[in-house]
Ligand binder design. Sequence first.
Ligand SMILES: [Zn+2]
Length: 223
Amino acid sequence: MADADQRGGKEVGGYNRIIFKLKLKIIKQADDRVEFNISGIDINLANALRRTTITEIPVMAIEKVTFYDNSSILNDEILAHRLGLIPLKTDLKTYNLLSECNCKGDGCSRCTVTLTLDVSGPVAVYSKDLKSTDPEITPVHDSIPIVKLTEGQKVKLEAIAQLGIGSEHIKWQGGIASYEIKDNKSFDFFVESYGQLSVYELISKAFDVFGNMIDELKSELKS
Ligand SMILES: [Zn+2]
């Protein structure tokens, strides 16, 4: 993703103000973060791109938990909330948003993943102890503490993870994005992924969503 013209466009019905040519130049790149300069958009579009990256890109997180046993110090609600905040590796090619799935939101293998936890004390329980039915959908980090169990305490549960977006709940936020205005005409963007998606996937998906928004705007202006 270097020095690429991401979008061009032809004039539509005289509304040439929304036609833009976007230039993108990578400044710095690592596995989980990237800095790039972008020109050819105004501040409203830059801000829309920033917000899209943070709030509109689906990632996986645990949404429902069924408890079969919980004699830990944490009650079911607190434990379920903790599990929801564990970032999960996400595969957007395989999984659909529940609302867009053929199962019409009932939950199926194309929109949900089951993770189980079955542990007995004394033990410190970490994110790596969650066993997923899909080896591609596992915690991003192994060592996120969940709960500490003493002798005789047990936790047995089944958790359902699904895709969601950051504007619904922060647990579905895929990363952070910010920008600095350069010479009044271009923007230095900084994007960091939380690990559910690669930073490249996060940004390219944001451009897709962003492009669709522009297309919708264009067709509305047209009509
Ligand atoms: Zn489904």
